[in-house]
Design a protein around this ligand. Structure first.
Ligand code: GLC
Length: 544
């Protein structure tokens, strides 16, 4: 190598070193390893200690700054634009189901309902008695732990079949063993490309599930019937619905005016009953022309979790979560508001607080090093703790994540503030997303009422404006899921944000009644299994 070349190499080396040092000084967080327990002497945090209060203030500022009503309205408008665009062309969200008919409440029968949720499998027998009344006759719930989530391909369906087998054996040893296959309704809490009311092709699943590995594009009903056949069980999957759609159906059985539903548990989603004419034709796949004739509306599985990217601001902890996720950017809203992620966001704040603000005396409990090790149920317990020094939740924390020292009251006060901040932001972002869906719904109503429909020679659109009592824009949303229905105060906070949002909208549009509660969140417990049973009842009643 010539001397000139050697000098050029040395120059490059020095330039690279200077650039690296510059980046380290400007963006120390990029070089912070979230899995360390204590800061080392080369760690910027080692030299920059701060108080827990000042970190809690910063967390509060970063998480709640976007939650002013005008800003939330602006974000809702941007999300509505994303929803509208996806309604025309997306293949992974705003998915029209095959369910056009809502139940009348008169459907009857006893059905086997399966609910594959993000953290529980439920196998149950549901009895629909007509007149809008229904009852769960028998239910077997099994947690889906991390090991099961990691089962790939057909192994997951074999696991499911074993639980169907056990439950049926408990009820009646003959069920599913006779010549006539047992009719099953399935509520599926994952995206699915539906190909008929009882078939659908698997899409990547999310929520840490690996069962779509090697099975993407395969038919879900068939995967289940074949797994059952391997156990000598004869079942026919007669209806498949997303859990959001199941919630809508279960509530509509009782209240036929229901048009929207919400899930917020391990994951989040909304289903809407929406005019077929307002959805891009390409999204319906290969349906026979006759399908469209009797179908003014269809239930749309919005896969709402996938919206909000580049709209809802992220904090540095959200960025770490997204960057280290199996599928970065796949479900932006979900990563900030659901049961699977709230605990992880708080854990990432804890890791920083241990390093920089001497939380837990600067020692991260060993068990908290792993991603997703801080369960959202702990956040709920900390927020709900009635003891003045938070001793109840401190004991729970020490039990689940033992450290050398028990958490101090100041540690617990810091944690409580962070949990409140993270859950309030989730309630605010959820309200923003619901508001965007409500606006989309109103757009469709407005289009139905628009004079363009009365242009001579143009066939009127087959859109029915939904009659609701009182204010025609008011809406009841059937909601289910552990976070929305059980996390302390969550639904009330979300409702309060919704009231602010609709008030803000009303103030800017004179045509709307300015009464604040235009959107109501109404709990619909057990909706996945009840809705799966309703879906089978509708399918069976529609069979020729
Ligand atoms: C996830 C899934 C979606 C499901 C929702 C609620 O976001 O993608 O299909 O409905 O969670 O369980």
């Amino acid at each position: 190598m010539t001397l000139a070349k050697l000098l050029r190499r040395l120059q490059d080396l020095v330039a690279n070193l200077v650039a690296a040092l510059e980046t380290m000084l400007l963006f120390p967080a990029l070089f912070r390893d979230p899995f360390r327990t204590r800061p080392g002497p080369f760690h910027s945090a080692y030299w920059r200690r701060r108080s827990l209060d000042s970190l809690a203030d910063e967390v509060d500022r970063l998480f709640t700054a976007p939650l002013t009503p005008p800003n939330m309205c602006a974000m809702s408008d941007q999300m509505r634009a994303q929803l509208s665009a996806a309604l025309q062309s997306s293949q992974i969200n705003m998915l029209p189901s095959y369910t056009r008919t809502l139940p009348t409440g008169a459907e009857t029968g006893t059905f086997l309902a399966l609910d594959v949720g993000g953290s529980t499998l439920r196998v149950s027998l549901v009895h629909l008695a007509g007149q809008g009344t229904m009852a769960i006759r028998h239910v077997a719930s099994t947690p889906i732990d991390e090991e099961v989530k990691l089962l790939e391909g057909t192994r997951f369906f074999d696991w499911m079949a074993s639980h169907i087998d056990t439950m049926l054996a408990e009820v009646d040893a003959e069920d599913g063993r006779g010549p006539v296959p047992l009719s099953v309704g399935l509520s599926w809490s994952f995206p699915l490309e539906q190909t008929s009311h009882n078939t659908g092709l698997l899409i990547h699943m999310g929520k840490g599930f690996m069962c779509s590995t090697g099975t993407v594009g395969q038919e879900l009903g068939q995967l289940i019937t074949e797994a059952c056949r391997r156990r000598n069980l004869s079942v026919a999957v007669d209806a498949i619905v997303n859990d959001g759609s199941a919630t809508l159906l279960s509530r509509a059985y009782v209240d036929p005016t229901t048009r929207m539903s919400l899930i917020l548990g391990t994951g989040t989603n909304m289903a809407i009953h929406y005019p077929v004419d307002c959805i891009g034709r390409a999204k319906f796949g290969d349906r026979p022309p006759a399908w469209f004739e009797g179908a003014p509306h269809v239930i749309v599985n919005t896969e709402m979790s996938m919206f909000g990217g580049a709209v809802l601001p992220l904090t540095r902890w959200d960025e770490i979560l997204n960057r280290t996720h199996l599928r970065p950017d796949y479900q932006p809203l979900e990563y900030m508001i659901t049961g699977r992620y709230l605990g992880e966001i708080v854990r990432l704040v804890i890791v920083e607080a241990v390093e920089t603000a001497h939380l837990f005396r600067g020692e991260l409990p060993h068990s908290m090093r792993d991603a997703y090790s801080f369960d959202t149920s702990l956040l709920a317990a900390i927020e709900a703790d009635p003891s003045p020094q938070l001793t109840i939740s401190a004991a729970l924390l020490q039990k689940e994540h033992p450290g050398t020292h028990a958490p101090r009251p100041e540690d617990m006060r810091f944690l409580r503030r962070v949990c409140q901040t993270v859950s309030r932001r989730a309630a605010g972002y959820l309200a923003t997303a619901i508001h965007s869906m409500w606006s989309l719904h109103n757009d469709a109503d407005a289009e139905a009422e628009s004079p363009a429909d009365t242009v001579p020679g143009k066939a009127p659109k087959q859109v029915t404006v939904i009659e609701r009592e009182g204010n025609p824009r008011s809406l009841s949303i059937a909601c289910d899921g552990s976070v929305i229905n059980k996390y302390p105060g969550f639904r009330d906070h979300c409702q309060a944000y919704l009231d602010q949002l609709t008030h803000e909208t009303a103030a800017s549009r004179e045509s709307l009644d300015p009464s604040p509660s235009l959107i109501h969140l109404d709990p619909a417990p057990e909706s996945a299994i009840l809705g799966a049973a309703v879906a089978v009842a509708i399918a069976v009643s529609e069979q020729p």
